[in-house]
Design a binder for this molecule. Structure first.
Ligand SMILES: O=C(O)CCC(=O)C(=O)O
Ligand SMILES: [Fe+2]
Length: 297
């Protein structure tokens, strides 16, 4: 990385390191052999279109448990994480070394009750990596916050512990994409005008500070028509893990309710075919800390 060409945006504090990696060939070939099938629930996620995601954790718990930022928006958007393969652990340690990320980060935003952690606890930094695959011109990530308290009215709180989020780009020539940050609009969750925009070069690292994630939605808009080729984004975050079994039970419960509703309406769709419940609806306040005491699960 050549530190002299790092750019910091004066409004949002976003930092862009255009030459973080000199070559991404090996990352691209490793990413193309990743198995994207272990993701679950992502297909119905409103904030992505045709973007495939694979999610990894540095924890080696069995079964793997992981919170992803979507969890803050809806119980159904649960992703199970695989252990981070060695090449991702290497990228993680490069980011931490070059950008002075400490080994542990404090949790600064109140996590949901079923989390393995509370404000003031520390969690291993950059303990989560999601690999996004953008293929062709119509894969987009619509404007969102990454699991930040208050990002979705009524939703439970964040799983991002409150550190910067890092996105490393490895892409084919011509498959570069832009990231945009949008101004908040008073009284509305809709994104306002673009306040920051950057085309993310092959080998670049984009840093979204926690404060910018809280203040501005970000997204990846459509590429110009006809763009072909793949872009992989390796997105490292520090997250607070949550108990998968509780989330999965919530998902099953939600699916049952949807199926019941569809039945009442005389709809033919089985569970999953129906409309998703509204975002941000509060689920029952299951508490892991309580569950543990009560020996549930
Ligand atoms: O592709 C990127 O660089 C960012 C995507 C993103 O914001 C996300 O998946 O949450
Ligand atoms: Fe994001």
């Amino acid at each position: 990385m050549d530190e002299t060409d790092t750019e910091t945006d004066s409004l949002t504090g976003c930092r862009y390191h255009p030459t973080f990696l000199s070559s991404t060939e090996s990352l691209r070939s490793r990413a193309s052999s990743l198995n994207y099938e272990f993701e679950s629930g992502n297909q119905t996620c409103k904030s992505t279109k045709k973007v495939s995601k694979a999610t990894f954790s540095i924890r080696r718990s069995s079964p793997p448990r992981q919170a992803d930022y979507y969890w803050g928006q809806h119980y159904a958007d649960v992703m199970r994480a695989e252990p981070m393969p060695p090449f991702l652990l290497d990228v993680r340690s490069d980011i931490m070394k070059l950008l002075n990320v400490p080994d542990f980060s404090p949790i600064t935003v109140e996590p949901p009750a079923i989390s393995y952690g509370k404000v003031g606890d520390s969690v291993p930094s950059l303990n989560s990596c999601i690999v996004n695959l953008y293929n062709g011109d119509d894969s987009v990530v619509t404007p969102h916050h990454d699991g930040q308290a208050g990002s979705t009215p009524g939703a439970q709180k964040a799983v991002v512990a409150g550190t910067s989020i890092y996105s490393l780009t490895a892409c084919d020539e011509g498959a570069e994409r832009k990231i945009q940050l949008y101004a908040p609009q008073p009284g509305s969750t809709k994104p306002g005008k673009v306040v920051y925009e950057k085309e993310l070069a092959n080998g670049s690292l984009f840093e979204l500070p926690a404060a910018a994630n809280g203040a501005y939605k970000h997204g990846i808009p459509k590429a110009p028509k006809g763009v072909v080729g793949a872009r992989y984004a390796f997105i490292f975050r520090t997250v607070v893990e949550v108990e998968m079994s509780v989330l999965e039970e919530r998902k099953r419960e939600g699916d049952r309710k949807l199926a019941e509703k569809a039945g009442k309406r005389g709809g033919e769709g089985e569970s999953g075919g129906g409309k998703r419940p509204r975002k941000g609806k509060k689920r029952g306040p299951t508490s892991l800390r309580q569950d543990k005491q009560m020996n549930v699960d």
